[in-house]
Ligand binder design. Sequence first.
Ligand code: TTP
Ligand code: MG
Length: 370
Amino acid sequence: MRIIGHLDMDAFFAAVEERERPYLKGQPIAVGSDPQGGKGRGVVATANYAARAYGIRSATPIQKAWELSEAARKKGLPPVVFITSGFRKYEEVSERIMNIVARHLLPRDVSLFEKEPPALEQVSVDECFFDLSFAGSFEKARKVAENIKKSIEKEERLTCSIGIGPNKLIAKIASDFNKPDGLTLVPAEQISAFLAPLSVRKIPGIGPKAEEKLKRLRVKTIADARKLTEEKLRLMFGKWGSELYKKFRGEDNSPVITDKPPAKSIGEQETLPEDSLDMKVLLPYLERQAQNLASYVIKEGFKSFRTIVLTVRFADFETVSRSRTLPTPASGAETLRRHVTQMFFPFLDRRENPKRKKIRLLGVRVEKLT
Ligand code: TTP
Ligand code: MG
């Protein structure tokens, strides 16, 4: 039995900005180009759910978004906070999310080694398909999905929505079904009832034009669309009509195309039980990670590493990585520990931590393995 999952982050860019600025909690936020007091050009990349209540969403012209915000302000509602996007940052968060998902698809020890690529296909910055067939049943797949959601919540303080179905088509429609923070399962026997009341627009590929064409035949829901014969659909849409005929019935055989395995690296990261800036608390964590990592390197059949990456996440979720590439390959727990500690000290003072923020997570990774 195939069990496929689809994950999509909720209001992704906006949620990343919101978590980094606690004072924005609950405020309407639009991420995109600069509105320049209503004269700006460009569009909104995304809006959080509070700003969507004002009618602002992805691709809304920024000028229009500004007007909607002003209109809300005149009604006594909070104006929209406009944030210009930092795509680089979202890519980094995206990568960490994909790693979290991947981790849950593999036995614990194997995931650490990034050995076999997990059956995960990233399809955009904030969404991916993954194969959950290994779980064996929908109920067990639900457990895995719940754990993925919990890990993302705990490690990234972000919410996502997950759909689970017998194929990619159903998984994708299901993840969108109960946003934000949803988890929707649609086993094979429920496909027909699940799809029936939905708008034809929920079928990926059906945009405003196809919707309009169908509307002329008084077809609005997928149940309506199922009354059309395959021949009729082919007349209307050409070859694509046959695909649509299947999609209206929830049929889809497309495979999860496993992404290329990531570059060889081995890493560990750990969220501390409590935020801290106390060297006596933090150093033992790093030392233990260095120790573990050095033995994983050997266990994985490598002799040496050349690049060491230290990741520090502060209490406010700002995340900084510093790497050091050695002139020659090195090995051993003691060497690793020494470098990691040296790299870490600046985070305890002005050099890397001028605001003396507490630390929430520490991670160490080694690369250029030979
Ligand atoms: P989406 O997943 O479509 O949107 P979203 O995550 O913001 O909100 P939802 O809760 O409905 O999933 O897109 C993911 C990110 O991609 C989004 O945060 C910003 C970016 N994006 C654009 O830059 N332009 C666009 O037109 C769209 C649709 C998305
Ligand atoms: Mg999304």
